[in-house]
Design a protein around this ligand. Structure first.
Ligand code: BG6
Length: 471
């Protein structure tokens, strides 16, 4: 590999998720998910979004034109099994089956996320969703259905998206984010870890050639100053926000510092005798790790008497964002060295390289960037162009750091920026756009849903064509 390019066979892609992109919320037998029912209070709902469900052929043609050789999308559990744990929906299976076939014909490798926030509402109503151990068997059955129907054609699988960030966006789990729910969160997390392990074991059994692992939202944590107390705070945040999750994935064990904390605060989840064996089963070890990277985080020491604050982001469509405080451990603060986007997310390309080194040093497994990108308010010109130079600048700088990390020895197999096309932002609706392709609609008005290529489309096309040499 030359310094200026990426490894041969590097996966150049783009990412989306079902509830943000497909629309057809109530069509062809699909039931509602918890996110369908919770996301629509402050901007448009999930009923139509980008209407990919009805435009998918055109969308695949655009992917091909862009030059993608991979595409990350998620499958909606409530479209495949509307009751959550009963009969499969043939129309749901057909939709994804046709999409996968079309992708393969176009030379695009599907990278399939099994779970991207959209739990069938029926399971939430029946037994509290991820609060209950019953979810593990139902998730296993859902995975079985996916592997049986698509396993012959899909090689790359991602189990659960952003398990760590579901703590940051408690509404995604039907939680309020109050400290009183801390125990519930750790219990849900335990169930997700078991479901994840079971999903990987089953994949390895049913699809020996598959590559499977979770996709997690991660940030490197910086100390605000060289005061050793701030440095310890950065260590604490790294342990609680990163290592805790990734150790459970790759080692099958609770990080000792987190476990001590859980014991001291009476937060230890209920566990059953076989849980440890499932988590540590060698067949449950992920083959790779998907990393969603948007920004780094900076922390300082938080005295014990500081008030607890969950890492909640406001989901009001407004520009409000509050960092996490864990008393005695760390408190998130702004980093004055970094510019921010319109929603105060700090822009830190070097943070990606730092993070990749941290994770690769710790686990030594192949990594894939499953999300990275910048959202902004954009204007379609009268001649149907979008001049998104800020996106080109953001992605260019991140790809340069990614290339450098690879040159330094980190095994990164692909890049799936968020997002291939404009879609419903989880926290800001259609006001915040992420795509290489503009979708002509707003939160208020569906307009014509036409697709228009942005400047970044042509820029990314060139990057892919030259395997990164144009950067
Ligand atoms: C990740 C999610 O958290 O970030 C996506 O996996 C989400 O679903 C993306 O859209 C960007 O966040 P937001 O809130 O700006 O849409």
């Amino acid at each position: 590999m030359g310094k200026q390019t990426f490894p041969d066979g590097f996966l150049w892609g783009g990412a989306t998720s079902a509830y943000q992109f497909e629309g057809a919320r109530d069509e062809d037998g699909k039931s509602r998910s918890i996110v369908d029912n919770s996301i629509n209070a402050h901007y448009t709902d999930t009923s139509i979004t980008s209407d990919h469900y009805h435009h998918w052929r055109e969308d695949v043609a655009l992917m091909k034109e862009l030059g993608l050789n991979s595409y990350r999308f998620s499958i909606a559990w409530p479209r495949i099994i509307p009751s959550g744990n009963g009969a499969t929906n043939p129309k749901g299976i057909k939709f994804y089956s046709d999409l996968i076939d079309a992708l393969l014909v176009a030379g695009i490798e599907p990278v399939v996320t099994i779970y991207h926030f959209d739990l069938p509402q029926t399971l939430q109503d029946q037994y509290g969703g991820w609060r209950s151990r019953q979810i593990i068997a139902d998730f296993d059955h859902y995975c079985y259905v996916l592997y049986k129907n698509f396993g012959d054609r899909v090689k790359y699988w991602l189990t659960i998206n952003e398990q760590s960030n579901m703590f940051a966006l408690p509404y995604l789990l039907n939680l309020s984010g109050d400290e009183s729910e801390e125990r519930v969160k750790f219990q849900m997390n335990h169930h997700m870890m078991l479901a994840n392990a079971q999903a990987i074991i089953r994949a390895h059994e049913m699809m020996p050639h598959a590559i499977i692992g979770p996709a997690i939202g991660l940030s490197p944590y910086y100390a605000l100053t060289a005061d050793p107390q701030d440095v310890i705070a950065a260590h604490n945040a790294t342990v609680f926000r990163n290592d805790f999750f990734t150790d459970l994935y790759f080692k099958g064990t609770y990080h000792p510092e987190v476990m001590n904390y859980l014991v001291a605060h009476d937060l230890v989840p209920d566990m059953e005798p076989n849980d440890a064996a499932l988590l540590m089963n060698p067949a449950a070890k992920p083959d790779y790790l998907g990393i969603n990277y948007y920004e780094s985080k900076t922390v300082r020491a938080a005295p014990r008497d500081t008030a607890y604050h969950s890492p909640a982001m406001s989901v009001t469509g407004e520009d409000v964002r509050v960092g996490e405080t864990r008393p005695g451990l760390y408190q998130e603060v702004a980093n004055s060295h970094l510019p921010t986007n319109e929603w105060h997310w700090e822009i830190d390309p070097a943070g990606l390289r730092i993070l990749l080194h941290q994770i690769y040093d710790r686990y030594g497994v192949p990594l894939i960037i499953t999300e990275n990108g910048i959202g902004g308010v954009e204007q379609l010109t009268s001649d149907h162009q979008v001049h998104d130079d800020y996106r080109i600048d953001f992605l260019d700088k991140h790809l340069v750091e990614l290339r450098q990390a690879i040159a330094e020895g980190v095994d990164v197999i692909g890049y799936e920026p968020w997002s291939f096309m404009d879609l419903l932002s989880t926290t800001n609706g259609f006001r915040k756009r992420y795509g290489f392709v503009y979708v002509n609609r707003t939160d208020e008005d569906l307009l014509d849903l036409n697709r228009y290529k942005k400047d970044s489309f042509y820029w990314y096309q060139k990057v892919i064509e030259t395997n990164g040499a144009s950067l």
